[in-house]
Design a protein around this ligand. Structure first.
Ligand code: C2E
Ligand code: MG
Ligand code: MG
Ligand code: MG
Length: 293
């Protein structure tokens, strides 16, 4: 098609593809080096209980700064790690670090310690050794399984593959929490909710953005959020709203019965200290439910 459109176009297309490939291979080798040296950082974003603003959990969010290009978005380097077959190693690093951090909070705060929520890519879920390895890690760092949550997107959870389902069953059987990330943005097939040991739904930030009147606000988003809250509670699952940026959104979510929330209005992803301060009762933001209308 590009050829038919004319020689110029073809060349431009070709050149930009060449650049993109050069960039990928540079980033790829940077990624290998970083992995070798453990050059990644994990930030923790508080997940709070809407009823009182208390931190119940923390999502582990991976950061990588390329020595030359600066910070690289996780979506980009994680996809690259998947393509290069490095995701197993990178994912294990995040899980181990995350579990260690959770164990440290657990020693410090006991029952009030936040659970740590780690994002898992689909590839990791297909790793046959996952469940066994993870249980060994929990044991090694002294973390009760209920203090670890795994976040999986709908597309990672879909499909007939039995291996991943078995792994989740084993982990959930030990008490590890399983959450569906970005709920509502994947496929609309909900059958996996029947089949898999899911404990929590995380409503994608895109829907929260449209919750309150404004440029992008639509009545549909409000209906969607209300429906997801209803669905979650009907299935005995907890529900977390992602990407909460305003007090108004937080208030509305609270009055809609949403359990937990996460977003810039409460706290940006930060150092583990941020969570420790919040557990100690500092920097807590809470909202009263929005008045009925
Ligand atoms: P996610 O799991 O859906 O994470 C939520 C994203 O929303 C994070 O982006 C977070 O920084 C951002 N966020 C938090 N609060 C707000 C807010 O109020 N407004 C807006 N606009 N955004 C907010 P981040 O850190 O850039 O991560 C992007 C994605 O990269 C994550 O989406 C997740 O899918 C992936 N990711 C991050 N760390 C890991 C990891 O260790 N392993 C895997 N497999 N994926 C990861
Ligand atoms: Mg997530
Ligand atoms: Mg998400
Ligand atoms: Mg996402």
């Amino acid at each position: 098609w590009a050829k038919a459109a004319g020689g110029d176009r073809y060349e431009v297309y070709d050149a930009s593809r060449h650049d993109a490939q050069a960039l990928r291979s540079t980033l790829g080798s940077g990624l290998r080096v970083a992995l070798h040296q453990g050059d990644f950082v994990i930030l923790y974003q508080p997940i709070v209980r809407l009823a009182d603003g208390a931190p119940v959990g923390a999502e582990a969010l991976l950061r990588w700064t390329h020595p030359e290009y600066g910070p690289v978005a996780p979506e980009i380097f994680i996809e690259l790690a998947e393509e290069l077959g490095l995701i197993g190693q990178l994912g294990r690093w995040v899980l181990t670090r995350g579990c260690r951090q959770a164990a440290s909070w657990y020693r410090e705060f006991g029952d009030r310690a936040p659970f740590v929520s780690v994002n898992l890519s689909a590839r990791q879920l297909h790793d046959v050794g996952l469940a066994e390895e993870l249980l060994a890690t929990l044991d090694e760092v002294g973390l009760p399984a209920g203090q670890l949550q795994l976040e999986l997107t709908e597309s990672a959870l879909l499909g007939p593959a039995q291996g991943p389902a078995d792994a989740l069953e084993v982990l959930a059987g030990h008490g590890v929490r399983v959450a569906v990330d970005d709920f509502g943005t994947g496929y609309s097939n909900l059958a996996y909710l029947r089949r898999l040991p899911v404990r929590e739904l995380k409503i994608a930030g895109a829907f929260i953005e449209g919750l309150t009147p404004g440029l992008s606000g639509t009545p549909a988003d409000r209906q969607i959020v209300a429906s997801v809250v209803g669905l979650a509670h009907g299935l005995n699952l907890t529900v977390t709203a992602e990407g909460v940026e305003t007090r108004e959104q937080a208030q509305l979510l609270r009055s809609m019965g949403c359990d937990h929330a996460q977003g810039w209005w409460f706290a940006r992803p930060g150092d583990p200290d941020l969570l420790s301060r919040m557990v100690a009762g500092q920097d807590i933001k809470s909202v009263a439910p929005a008045p009925a209308r």
